[in-house]
Ligand binder design. Structure first.
Ligand SMILES: *Cc1c(COP(=O)(O)O)cnc(C)c1O
Length: 424
C-alpha cells in the first residue's frame, strides 16, 4: 500500500506479525545466533539477508531505516551516529584522495569544517560554489576528478533555499550525483529525490528526533543514479576487500547504500545505537504534526518580527515578502521549517541583552526541537570560522537564530516582545 506521508510517519517500517509486540522492540544485542555455519558464511558474503554484528546492522535500526527511506521515497537508508558522520559517509562512499566535490557555500558550520579541514587532510578537496554564481561560473569548478555536488535544502543557519533542480542539472551534466542534506525541511516539507537529488542525508538530531534527545544521522539512497557510468569504479569494479563484489552488478539500484554499509560502516563503525534509533522512531511518528506546527508558529513569529522597527532584518523564506519566497514555495509549499534568523538594532550589546532576557525561549546550542530556542551563531556554532567564511556562510555578526518550537505562538511572541523591550 502506498500510504500518504502522514500515515508513513506512524506506520512505515516495523510491521509486527501475529503475536509480536505492537511497538518496535529495542534489540539491545551486539550479536546474532545462527544454527548453520553455511548461513553465517553466506551472510558474510552478502548473499542472504540477516544481521551478524551490530556495528553493521541491527533489527531496530533496520526498521527505522525502512521508515526513513519510505518517507524520502528512496530505495534504502542507513542510520549513523551523527549528521556529521552521515555527510562524511555520503562523500567518502564515492570519492577518494585526489578527487574533489562541489558544495554550496551556505551550509552548516560543522559541515564547512568537515569538508574544508578534515576531508581536505584526507586529500579530498571541496570547492565551494556560491549559489549566486552563474551556471557558467559554477561549471568552471568541475573537472574530471569531481565526484559529487552537495547542498542543503534550507541551509543552517543562513536559511538559504537551494534551487535543487538547478544543482541537479549541473551535477547530472557531468554524470555525477547531487547529495542533499535535507535536515531542516525534512521529508514532510520537501522530498529532494522528486527534484533530481540522488542521495539525501539528515542530521536526525534535529526535527526527526524533535525533542533534543539523541544525536544521529541518516544516509538515504534514491536508487536512480547510474553508478556504472565509468566515473565510479569503486562501485562498478570488484571490491577486493569484499571477495571481489561488484556492487552495481550484485545490488543493482541499491549499490550505493550497500557499499556504504559493507565497506564504510564496517571500517569506520559510526553506527547509531539501538536505543537511540528507538527514540528516533518515536520522534518520526509525530514528525508530520510537529513540522506543521513549527511552520505555523514560525510564520507568525516572522510576521511579528517583520512588523517591528527595533528589528533590522528578518530572514524567513516562507514569509511572502521574503526574496526567497518563490523558491521556497516551489520546493516547500507546506512551509520550510521553524527556524528564523533576524538582526536586532543596537549591535552586539542589544543582541546579548535580548537573548538573556528571554524567559520561555532558551539559549541552547541546538535547533529544531519542540522547545523554542535562540542562538548567536557568530559567537557559538560558527565561532571557528573566519570573518570571510562567516560572510560566505551567510552568518552576519548581528544574526540571531531562533528555532521556533511547538508551544502556543502567542506565548512565544509575548516572550520576544518583553525581551525586545528589555534590550532597549
Ligand atoms: C546539525 C546539522 C548537521 C550535523 O549534525 P549532527 O547530528 O550535529 O552531527 C549537519 N547538517 C545540518 C544541516 C545540520 O543542521
Amino acid at each position: 500500500m502506498d500510504y500518504k506521508i502522514e500515515t508513513k510517519c506512524v506506520q512505515a517500517g516495523y510491521q509486527p506479525k501475529n503475536g509480536e509486540p505492537r511497538v518496535l522492540p529495542i534489540y539491545q544485542s551486539t550479536t546474532y545466533k545462527y544454527d548453520s555455519a553455511q548461513y553465517l558464511g553466506d551472510l558474510f558474503d552478502l548473499k542472504v539477508p540477516g544481521h551478524m554484528y551490530t556495528r553493521l546492522s541491527n533489527p531496530t535500526l533496520e526498521y527505522v531505516e525502512q521508515k526513513i527511506a519510505d518517507l524520502e521515497g528512496g530505495v534504502g537508508a542507513m542510520l549513523l551516529s551523527s549528521g556529521q558522520a552521515a555527510n562524511l559517509f555520503a562523500i567518502l562512499n564515492i570519492a577518494k584522495s585526489g578527487d574533489n566535490f562541489i558544495s554550496a557555500s551556505e551550509i552548516y558550520g560543522g559541515t564547512v569544517n568537515l569538508f574544508g579541514v578534515t576531508m581536505q587532510k584526507m586529500g579530498i578537496e571541496v570547492r565551494f560554489a556560491d549559489p549566486k554564481m552563474s551556471d557558467e561560473e559554477i561549471e568552471k569548478l568541475f573537472d574530471d576528478r569531481t565526484r559529487a555536488v552537495f547542498g542543503e535544502t534550507v541551509s543552517n543557519p543562513a536559511l538559504n533555499v537551494l534551487d535543487i533542480e538547478r544543482f541537479a542539472k549541473l551535477a547530472h551534466d557531468h554524470d555525477i550525483p547531487l547529495i542533499i542534506d535535507n535536515t531542516f525541511a525534512t521529508p514532510i516539507n520537501c522530498r529532494p529525490f522528486e527534484f533530481g537529488a540522488d542521495i539525501v542525508t539528515h542530521s536526525t538530531t534535529k526535527y526527526m528526533d524533535g525533542h533534543a534527545t539523541c544525536v544521529g544521522g541518516a544516509l538515504i539512497d534514491g536508487g536512480k543514479f547510474n553508478w556504472a557510468n565509468g566515473k565510479f569504479p569503486e562501485l562498478s569494479t570488484p571490491d577486493e576487500s569484499y571477495h571481489g563484489t561488484v556492487y552495481t552488478d550484485s545490488f543493482g539500484n541499491m549499490a550505493y547504500i550497500v557499499k556504504a554499509r559493507a565497506q564504510l560502516m564496517r571500517d569506520l563503525g559510526s553506527q547509531m545505537s539501538p536505543i537511540a534509533s528507538f527514540i528516533l522512531n518515536l520522534g518520526l511518528e509525530t514528525l508530520h504534526l510537529r513540522m506543521a506546527r513549527h511552520c505555523e508558529n514560525g510564520l507568525k513569529v516572522a510576521e511579528f518580527l517583520a512588523g517591528r522597527d527595533d528589528i533590522s532584518w528578518v530572514n524567513y523564506p516562507s514569509l511572502p515578502s521574503d526574496p526567497q519566497y518563490p523558491l521556497a514555495n516551489k520546493y516547500m509549499p507546506k512551509g520550510t521549517c521553524g527556524v528564523i534568523s533576524f538582526g536586532i538594532k543596537g549591535g552586539k550589546e542589544a543582541v546579548v541583552k535580548f537573548m538573556e532576557s528571554l524567559k520561555l525561549a532558551a539559549m541552547v546550542v541546538h535547533v529544531a526541537d519542540a522547545r523554542t530556542s535562540v542562538l548567536h551563531p557568530a559567537s557559538t556554532t560558527h565561532r571557528q570560522l573566519s570573518d570571510e567564511q562567516l560572510v560566505a556562510a551567510g552568518v552576519p555578526g548581528d544574526m540571531i537564530r531562533m528555532s521556533v518550537g511547538i508551544e502556543n505562538s502567542e506565548d512565544i511572541i509575548e516572550d520576544i516582545k518583553q525581551a525586545l523591550e528589555a534590550a532597549k
